[in-house]
Design a protein around this ligand. Structure first.
Ligand SMILES: CCCCC/C=C/C(=O)SCCNC(=O)CCNC(=O)[C@H](O)C(C)(C)COP(=O)(O)OP(=O)(O)OC[C@H]1O[C@@H](n2cnc3c(N)ncnc32)[C@H](O)[C@@H]1OP(=O)(O)O
Ligand code: NDP
Length: 265
């Protein structure tokens, strides 16, 4: 199952939140396509597991424990990846935090935690990687994992919706600024995807899972590999003239609001 993503032989990508879920699936897919991958996140053991999976499959990977909220740690991550693999070709901003709480009850600390990880972390990583690419004089590509509530909003996740909207605006802005350097930036907006992190944060009970499923016209959760497959298309040469865009991969969820009750087949 591949889109027109091409091979990634000899290229190097950083994947934040690469120790679990969608980030791990993207890291594995990149490695399967020939890339070297540096995975970053706060929990070293999870990153080590991703590296072990990639190496077992014959790929090359590096674990760099990093909190993306710390700009100095992010600079060190970029240096570590470039030093180990000799060059950089891109970045996947995938790290995130989330929990459901009415905005009126959210504490300043809760707002800051999510906005710092999702928006500030994505900016620090993008800035550090773009500087490295400019230094190399090579161009490259950045993919940020957002969610469709970046544009339609979503009650219960005001911190995440606002932060993802910020990442979309960052992507569109920097796509224009960095195009002359050959750096492309795009977003992907997955629909509900079967991962332990999202399950715990957003649909922890069977009832909540069923409520979510009822909103998806395709009638199922995405597999992380389906998000990874579309991510490789956006990162790779098949998308060489595509920048500042967002690809929604959600089984029709956000378009599927039905005013007259269920009218689907
Ligand atoms: C179509 C479907 C769309 C879905 C789109 C998006 C999905 C996802 O993003 S799934 C990703 C889910 N994965 C995770 O959330 C994993 C990482 N998460 C975390 O690490 C934590 O949940 C974190 C975001 C809270 C950050 O951890 P940490 O920095 O350790 O933060 P603290 O535990 O110290 O808490 C900081 C701050 O946040 C308040 N808080 C934490 N949890 C909740 C909660 N469930 N409800 C309300 N408030 C919460 C906590 O109280 C702290 O605030 P202060 O007390 O004001 O300091
Ligand atoms: N699953 C879904 O239904 C959807 C997911 N998404 C997006 O997909 C992406 C992946 O989510 P998913 O795989 O489901 O969830 P996970 O919880 O598995 O992934 C989140 C990752 O982010 C890492 N992370 C969290 N905070 C930090 C931090 N401060 N610094 C570095 N890394 C951090 C976590 O690792 P650690 O805790 O070890 O740091 C974890 O590996 C996220 O951007 C999410 O918003 C979007 C739409 C739907």
């Amino acid at each position: 199952m591949t889109l027109e993503s091409g091979r990634f032989d000899g290229r190097t990508y950083i994947v934040t939140g690469g120790g679990s879920g969608i980030g791990r699936a993207i890291a594995q897919a990149l490695a399967d396509a020939g890339a070297r991958v540096a995975v970053a996140g706060r929990t070293a053991e999870r990153l080590d597991e991703t590296v072990a999976l990639i190496e077992k499959a014959g790929g090359e990977a590096l674990a760099v424990p990093t909190d993306v909220r710390d700009p100095e740690a992010v600079d060190a991550l970029v240096s570590a990846a470039a030093e180990r693999f000799g060059r950089l070709d891109g970045l996947v901003n995938n790290a995130a935090g989330n929990f459901v709480v009415p905005g009126i009850d959210l504490s300043p600390g809760g707002w800051r935690a999510v906005v710092d990880i999702v928006l500030n972390g994505s900016y620090y990583c993008t800035r550090a990687v773009a500087r490295r690419l400019r230094e190399q004089g090579t161009g490259g590509s950045v993919l940020s994992v957002i969610a469709s509530y970046a544009w339609h909003g979503h009650p219960g996740t005001v911190h995440s919706a606002a932060a993802k909207a910020g990442v979309l605006a960052m992507t569109r802005t920097l796509a224009v600024e960095l195009a002359p350097l050959g750096i492309r930036l795009n977003c992907i907006a997955p629909g509900p995807t079967e991962t332990a992190g999202a399950g715990a944060a957003l649909w922890a009970t069977q009832e909540a899972r069923e409520e979510v499923l009822a909103t998806v016209p395709a009638g199922r959760f995405a597999d992380p590999a389906e998000i990874a497959n579309a991510s490789l298309f956006l990162l790779g040469d098949g998308a060489s003239y595509l920048t500042g865009e967002c690809l929604t991969v959600d089984g029709g969820q956000w378009l599927g609001k039905q005013v007259y009750g269920r009218t689907s087949a």
